[in-house]
Every structure is written in C-alpha cells, then in structure tokens.
Design a binder for this molecule. Structure first.
Ligand SMILES: Nc1ncnc2c1ncn2[C@@H]1O[C@H](COP(=O)(O)OP(=O)(O)OP(=O)(O)O)[C@@H](O)[C@H]1O
Length: 718
C-alpha cells in the first residue's frame, strides 16, 4: 500500500479510503493492522478480502480516568507528553535506528575536528604522502557523517510521522465512539475545532515528537554520559557546574511554561478562525440575504486580530527562548571558568582542568576533543556550540508549543459514554420488526424540558406508521431513541419484546435502517455510497445494482461519466464529460454553486462548496431527487426489518415525486416503517397515523386528519 487518502465525509466525521494499486496477494496494512486474506473483495481500488481489525494502539491512553481529563498526567518533567508515550514507544525500531545514526555522526565529527588540525599541520609541512592519506580519511569521515545525518533524519521523521499518524487514528476512532449528543450539542467543541485538532494540531504533534527524538533525547543521553565523566575527573568542579544547572533549568522551565500557555491560546484562536470559516462559507445564502457581508467581515477581522496577537506573542517567545538559553549558556561557561581558575590555582593538575573543560563542552556538543593541542580551534568550537544551542532552543520551542496540541487532541478522547452496551447484549440474526415504545420520557439535558413525556406506541411487524406533529414536537427524537442514539430517561424501547438496551448496538443499527431528510451523500464512488455499510467487508456489486434499480436511480447512475465508479467526491465532474460538451450546463463558481444548491438542499451545498459545479439550473432539482433515490438505494442495500423514513420537507415536481414515491413504496414493502411524514400522500400510504404533540401521541383517522392538516405544515401533493 502506498498511500492513505482521507476524504471528508461530513463536517464531523472522516473516513479513510485507502487508495492503492490492487494487490492480488495477502498483505498487512498498518495501522491499525488490517490483516487481509484472499479471496479478495473490493474497497474502492484496494482489493481486500475478509479482514479482521486488531487495534494495536497501546491500551494506556484509554485507561485514563475519563472523568478527570488531567488524570493521565504523571508528575514527570513533561507530563503533557505522557499520553503520546505508548505511540512513540511503538516506533522503537526507527528511533533506535535514528539514534544509532546520530551516534555514528557524532563519532565521525569527533574524529573530523582533530583531523582538520593534523591535516592543516601537514599542509604547512607540504608532506604530500601524509596529506593524501589524511585527506582520504577526512573525506570518508565526512561522507559517512553526511549519510549518517541523512539516515538519522529519515528514521526519526519516520518515527515522528508514524506516531502522529497513530495518534490521529486513535483520536478519530475515539471521536467516532462518542455519543451523538457530543456532535449535536458540541459540548463546547464545534465540528470545525475537532477537524482542526485532528489535522493541523496532529501535524504539530509530529513536529514535537521529532524535536523530542532528534534533539532532546540524544542530548539527555549525552548529559548523563558526559556528566558522569566530569564527576569522575573532578567532583569539586562538578559541584560548581551542578550549582549552575538548577537555576538554569528553572529559568528554562518558566519560559517553557509561558510558551506553552501562549501556544495554547494561539491554537484556540486559529481553531476559532477555522471553525468560523467552516460555519460561514456554507451559509452564504443567509449572509447575503441578510446583507451581512459587512458584519461578517468585522467578525472575521476580530477573530483574525486575536489570532494575530496570540501568534505574534508566540513567535516573539519562540525567538526569545534560544537567545536566553544562549545567554545562560555563556554566563554558565564564564562562571564555570572563573570557578575552575580559582580551583586550578590551588592545584597543580592542569591537564585535569583541560579534560574537564572539554567534558563541559561535550555536555552540549558531541565532539570528543582528545587531541587538544593539534586540532582544537576555539572559535570553530564556539560556533558549533552556538548552533547546537540554537538547535536545543528550537527543539525546546517545538516541544513547548506541541504540548497544547497534545492536550487538545487527547481531550477529545476523554469522555464517558452514556450509551453503554450491556455485557450480555444479544445479537439477533433477524427480527420480525415488532416495535414498542413503553412509557417513554425524554429530555436532552438535565435542566431541559421534557420532549417526550410518558409516550406509548406499538408498531406491529410489517405495519407503516405515519408520525406527524408540530415542528420541534419531538418526531426526530423518537427515531433517535429507536436507533438508540440516546437512552430515554424513563421507560423502554422494545424490538420483538427485547429491550434495545439488551441488543448489541451494531446489530440494532443493522436491523433498523434510516433514510434521513438530509440526503447524506459521502465522498467516494456511487457504489460506495450505496453499499456504505460494507465498505470494509467489500461491496456486493450485484446487490448494489439491484438496490439502485429498485430505487429508480440505476438510469441516472448509468448516465454518469463512470457509472457506479463515478466519484461523488469530485462534485465538479459528476455532471461534466459528455454533458459538458453538449453545453447543457452552466458553470457555477464554488461559492455560487453552494449558494444555489443551498436554496434546494443544505447537504448539496456542503458538498459542492469546494469545486466548480456544472449544473443546468433546470436540472438541479432532478439532481437532488437522484441523490434522494441514492439514499433510498442505500437503505434497500442494507435491507433492514425496521425502517425509519424522515421525509424531506422540500417540494418536488410531480415527475420526481412519482419516481421517489415508487422507490419508497418498494423500500417499505414487507418492513415495519416509522415515517416522519410531511406530505399528505405519504401519510395516506400509512396503515395508521399518529400525532405527536406536547410529548404525547394521539392516533387519528385519515378523515379527521385532513381537517387539521394545516396545523402541521403538511405539503400538499401535486
Ligand atoms: N441535540 C439536541 N440537544 C438539545 N435539544 C435538542 C436536540 N435535538 C433536538 N432538540 C430539541 O428537542 C425538540 C424536539 O426536536 P425534534 O428534532 O425531535 O423535533 P421534530 O418534531 O423532529 O421537529 P421538525 O419537524 O422541525 O424536524 C426541539 O425543541 C429541539 O430544539
């Protein structure tokens, strides 16, 4: 597999489509490890067979106490890094490889520096023989060092990016596990912010991990090794050094904490900016219709200004920290030299002092300066140290500004689910479709008014119930309870007399299908949209085609440029090709296409905002209807025993109406159907009609309904 492509499915959810050349043989995808065995099925253009998914993500992060977001922090020096530890540790082969290369590079440098001195001495003596030997050795050392440096970077970036990839996948999977309430209420985190954390801040995490691996960890190792050497050479001088280290660490820790706080604010500012754009751009109709361009310009400017201010503070602090580290370094070296001079005067052992000073430099710069007399150029040495100090400062910056990103990413994974699957939940292979709502009371929050209050409803197997009522009356809420997206506060929902709390969630949502009034088309091909539930197992194309035919959408699909393989994600191309040549279509720029589409349907507006759309205005309605029928085809493919239809509120022309109605009739056949109805014709198709008002249900007859239909904004049929 050569590449994993992430495509947006909805503002809050993403699905990874693995794009690769089909591979005929068994192979393993990581990460998570998807073990693939023959015979192959097809997922997009990746050939896979039955696959078992094993989460190899270490268990540590999920074991944290979800009630206390900070409970994972251990009293380590860098507690914010604790959550990423298992992900980084799992990359140990790359990390070891990188550090080994780093050691080789340092070793070469330790040889190169004195050799430069020897080489220059032979240059002065014009000793051609020795000169060429020394030159060759120098050249080899130089080349080895270059290769080692390259490999070090390649290994460590590989470890950092793979860790970030695993973290992203882990966080996204956790986000997917969250209850619907999180996405609907937001809990203070809007979908744009979630997307920003997983994308942009995920990249910051990669930089942080790289900084950690590339600089800070080798430096720590070096500190320990050289510190031990210093202690062996002169405990007294080590004591002086030790006195300098704590205040230095304190100052650096203080500055680091400041950078961390500033970075957190900067992250929040840019996330707000991104969330605001995500909200406003698809809502251009609202903005323009309300003459709100100026107002939106001002709101954007305010957010952008806050971002500017926080980012400026961050950049200034990032620039300041390396300078302060350098200053501390220079001060420390001066203090140390003064101290050593005092001790040296009282002692005759000058060579020990030289060795010790060398070790002190080695604390920061990995050069072994054994041949002090021949090759040591103090100016070059100082320059090297300065560069290293800059690197250390830069790495420290990366680390500190990555910490808030880690915090914010892992905050998304800290939650306790309200919808908990019972340990002994059953997995019925089939259900007859008998549904009972028994004494249901439900409200969306503890202090929120009850939406449903002591509601009872029995839908017999194979029966169609039309649910009507005033807007905001709770019709959609009933459907959410049936899908167990929320649990009722009181009462129970039963399928075939089994409380749905005792049915496995996967099984429940397999037997209960939903065709929502939001025509939720996802990125991917038409076939993938129809066989959505089988994306991983592999789509059954015969079944998909049959579903499309039953839903009256087969002809529409056949007319698309690549039929069932047409990528719906590429909105611009869906209607291009031959249709474009016949100049039946007008080209709408992104903003206008979303604008026009949003008049008809919000979902289309979301989908088209990024691409040019080639659409005949007179056909736009037809396109939306085709999308409706695709959604119906998806439900037919799923073949659930119980069907929830949340009918679209928009008006259709009579031809489209007929096509959709035919598709719906076929879909509803031999199923238990609960239809949230807005059209009189649909209501008349039902076996029974119930009105939901003030949280309670009342059954009505068709004739009595026709007298009161205006109350519920029912759409007349053509
Ligand atoms: N996630 C939520 N959090 C808080 N309140 C909600 C949530 N979803 C819906 N509500 C509120 O619950 C009530 C019932 O909403 P619901 O969507 O079930 O009504 P509905 O009858 O389907 O309305 P419509 O016909 O307009 O779609 C409304 O007052 C709505 O504002």
């Amino acid at each position: 597999m050569n590449m994993a492509k992430t495509k947006t499915i909805s503002p809050t959810a993403q699905l990874i489509f693995f794009k690769s050349k089909p591979k005929p043989t068994n192979f393993i995808l990581q990460y998570h490890q998807i073990h693939i065995r023959s015979p192959p099925l097809r997922l997009h253009n990746l050939k896979i067979s039955s696959c078992s998914i094993h989460s190899t993500i270490p268990s540590n992060p999920s074991n944290r106490n979800p009630r206390n977001p900070k409970s994972h922090h251990s009293p380590l020096l860098l507690p914010s890094l604790h959550p990423i530890k298992p992900f980084v540790q799992s990359q140990w082969p790359q990390i070891l490889g990188g550090w080994l290369c780093s050691a080789i590079s340092v070793y070469c440098l330790s040889k190169i520096v004195p050799k430069v001195g020897t080489f220059s001495a032979f240059l002065v003596q014009i000793d051609a023989n020795r000169l060429s030997i020394e030159g060759l050795v120098l050249g080899v050392l130089f080349c080895v060092r270059l290769i080692a440096n390259y490999l070090q970077q390649a290994f460590l970036w590989s470890a950092a990016l793979r860790s970030a990839y695993q973290i992203r996948v882990y966080v996204f999977e956790k986000v997917l596990e969250r209850d619907l309430g999180f996405f609907e209420r937001g809990d203070g985190v809007c979908s744009g912010d979630v997307a920003y954390r997983i994308t942009a801040e995920g990249s910051d995490v990669a930089d942080t991990v790289h900084a950690l691996l590339n600089t800070i960890v080798p430096c720590t190792m070096q500190l320990v090794v050289v510190g031990t050497q210093m202690l062996l050479i002169s405990p007294a001088l080590s004591l002086i050094s030790a006195l300098i280290i704590p205040p230095t660490c304190l100052i650096i820790a203080y500055l680091g904490e400041r950078l961390r706080n500033i970075s957190k604010k900067a992250h929040i500012c840019v996330a707000k900016l991104s969330a605001h754009l995500n909200e406003i751009l698809p809502s251009m109709l609202l903005v323009k219709a309300n003459n709100a361009e100026l107002c939106e310009g001002v709101r954007f400017r305010r957010l952008a200004l806050a971002d500017l201010s926080e980012n400026l503070k961050k950049k200034k602090m990032k620039a300041l920290i390396p300078q302060i580290i350098k200053m501390i370094y220079a001060g420390a070296v001066l203090t140390f030299c003064a101290g050593s001079l005092i001790i040296w005067r009282g002692s005759s052992n000058g060579s020990n002092i030289v060795s010790f000073v060398t070790s002190l430099f080695l604390l920061i710069e990995p050069i072994q300066m054994r041949e002090k007399e021949s090759g040591w150029n103090p100016y070059a040495f100082l320059r090297l140290n300065e560069r290293i100090m800059q690197d250390v400062g830069k790495a420290y910056n990366e680390l500190k500004q990555g910490e808030p990103a880690i915090d914010r990413l892992f905050d998304l994974t800290l939650f306790s689910s309200q919808i908990i699957e019972e340990p002994n939940a059953v997995h019925p292979v089939s259900v007859t479709g008998d549904v009972k709502f028994h004494d249901i009371s439900f409200g969306y929050g503890q202090n929120m008014p009850l939406v449903l209050d002591g509601l009872n409803l029995h839908i017999k197997s194979g029966e169609t119930i039309a649910l009507i009522g005033p807007s905001g009356g709770g019709k959609t809420t009933i459907t959410k309870l049936l899908l167990r997206l929320y649990d009722p506060l009181r009462g129970s929902v039963l399928i075939d007399d089994v409380n749905i709390r005792n049915i496995q969630l996967k099984s429940l949502r397999k037997h209960v299908g939903l065709v929502s009034q939001d025509v939720a088309l996802l990125s991917g091909t038409v076939a993938e949209n129809i066989g959505y539930q089988d994306l991983i197992r592999g789509i059954d194309f015969v079944r998909a085609e049959h579903a499309a035919k039953t839903a009256n959408v087969h002809e529409f699909i056949k007319a698309l440029p690549r039929g069932y393989d047409t990528d719906i994600g590429q909105r611009g191309t869906i209607l291009s090709g031959g249709q474009k040549q016949r100049q039946e279509y007008i080209e709408l720029p992104p903003i206008l296409s979303s604008f026009v589409a949003s008049v008809h349907n919000d979902c289309i507006a979301q989908s088209v905002e990024l691409e040019y759309m080639l659409v005949p205005l007179w056909k736009l309605e037809g396109l939306i209807i085709s999308f409706h029928r695709l959604a119906i085809a998806r439900a037919i493919y799923q073949n659930p025993s119980i069907l929830i239809l949340d009918e679209a509120t928009s008006a259709l022309d009579s031809k489209s109406e007929l096509l959709v109605r035919q598709a719906l009739e076929r879909l509803m056949r031999n199923r238990t159907v609960l239809v949230v109805a807005h059209r009189i014709e649909t209501i008349l198709m039902a076996d029974r009609i119930v009105i939901l008002e003030n949280g309670k249900l009342e059954e009505v007859t068709r004739s009595s309904l026709l007298n009161r239909s205006n109350c519920y904004s029912l759409l007349p049929s053509d």
